[in-house]
Design a protein around this ligand. Structure first.
Ligand code: SF4
Length: 425
């Protein structure tokens, strides 16, 4: 089997931004649905697109116009108020809050602190875990003090690599020294810290990739971070992907990538970092976002470009420039999922969470998926216990292949036609 990689932001089922473009009628039906809740749990995702870096691997919805922070926070607050006041949200158990970006910590600390208070207060979610993404250069003493005072459950720091040559190639703005200082200060402040380490680049002339990846992981372990987000580079829709195409750089083969993943995983596991999702290895800390997107929970997504699931409606918000001009809620595309799609979200997505409890499978789903699950077991990607299906070590190197194979034929065709999939040789 050859390894494939789907976009990190692809969450089953597919939402076609053009075909599912919002209309006044669709929006009215969605808004009317918020008079009730058909779901029991939701995560809250808040997107802050502001950033002062131009990392070449990054394809997130970003904004460099820091003068836009005030109007953006005003739009965000009205969206928070809008959802929080609905009977839908009032009938829900909020499981956690994730603040992502962009670089949320680029906001002045008082602004970010007051936004955190607003989200917690408006959704009556003061005690749920709250995770936030930060870049080293923005983690000033004042910011770290604020994060500690607000009892943030986890800070994720975008490191990607400790290798100076590769950092330069990736155009990472924070210096290595700033990175070490930020990580040390977070540790001294007693804040649970995860770091992002990225792998899967083509040969960009910065040396042996396997050695680099293992050395990055050893370095993160030495700093005693509580978690490592070990993600494969997705080579589309970012500046680096264009350079890779122009220079005709070659990616590692499927076999090389599998060896790299398994060696890195073994190293992290041997040091007490348990693999909790496709890419998260941790000693402590809550896994919020992935459990919502691949589990059976809703996700109230607030802010530009974010992707949510509310009451059976999957939606994507407008990107930054349009978001600022839109009425609340600033939805760009929306689709009411079928009951079948909703039931299958945690079934199709289970490889990304590494396991599937058997009790989520109805009799009908058991017979529908029996052949696929048996095939996974036959080729040693999956093992079965009386209570659940678990990915094997080999399975953990082919998660996207399994995710893709769990979809129906027409769904696979749509994903193949509309999204870019990396297929390794
Ligand atoms: S990876 Fe983070 S810091 Fe780098 S450009 Fe993207 S949002 Fe900004």
């Amino acid at each position: 089997m050859k390894k494939i990689l789907l976009p990190h932001q692809f969450y089953f089922p597919y939402l076609d931004v053009a075909r599912d473009r919002v209309t006044k009628e669709k929006l009215d039906v969605f808004k009317a649905s918020l008079a009730h809740s058909t779901r029991t749990r939701s995560l809250i995702y808040v997107h802050l697109p502001f950033c002062n870096s131009e990392c070449s691997f990054c394809g997130f919805d970003k904004a460099y116009d820091l003068g836009g922070i005030s109007p953006y926070i005003a739009a965000l607050t009205s969206e928070i108020d809008y959802y929080a006041e609905t009977p839908y949200a009032q009938g829900l158990k909020i499981t956690g809050i994730h603040i992502g970006g962009g670089t949320p910590s680029i906001l002045p600390e008082e602004t970010l602190g007051s936004l955190i208070d607003t989200v917690r207060n408006r959704f009556r979610a003061a005690r749920v875990p709250l995770n936030i993404e930060c870049s080293p250069i923005t983690l000033t003493d004042g910011m770290i003090d604020m994060l500690r005072e607000k009892r943030i459950s986890r800070v994720s720091v975008g490191v990607q690599t400790f290798d100076p040559l590769l950092r330069r190639y990736l155009n990472i703005r924070s210096s290595l020294n700033e990175t070490y200082v930020a990580l040390t200060r977070l540790k001294e402040a007693g804040i649970v810290t995860f770091v992002d380490i990225m792998y899967g680049f083509p040969d960009v002339g910065t040396g042996d990739q396997m050695a680099r990846v293992l050395s990055d992981i050893r370095e993160a372990i030495e700093i005693e971070v509580e978690g490592i987000d070990f993600s494969q580079y997705y080579p589309f829709h970012n500046p680096l992907s264009q350079r890779i195409r122009e220079e005709a750089l070659e990616f590692p083969t499927s076999e090389e990538m599998v060896t790299m993943i398994l060696s890195a995983s073994a190293l992290m596991e041997s040091e007490g970092y348990r693999q909790s999702t496709e890419y998260l290895f941790c000693r402590r800390g809550d896994i919020l976002l992935e459990k919502a997107y691949f589990g059976a929970s809703d996700c109230i997504a607030i802010g530009s470009g974010s992707l949510g699931l509310i009451n059976g409606y999957k939606y994507k918000n407008s990107r930054y420039a349009r978001y600022l001009k839109s009425e609340t809620p600033a939805i760009l595309s929306i689709r009411k999922l079928t009951g079948d799609e909703l039931e299958r979200i945690p079934i199709v997505g289970f490889p990304r969470l590494l396991r599937m409890p058997k009790d989520i499978l109805s009799e009908q789903m058991k017979s529908r998926y029996r052949e696929k699950l048996t095939k996974f077991i036959d080729v040693q990607l999956l093992e079965e216990t009386p209570e659940e299906y678990l990915l094997t070590t080999k399975g953990k190197a082919f998660i996207n292949n399994m995710y893709f194979m769990m979809m129906e034929k027409e769904e696979q065709q749509e994903v193949e036609e509309k999204l870019k999939i990396l297929k390794l040789a």
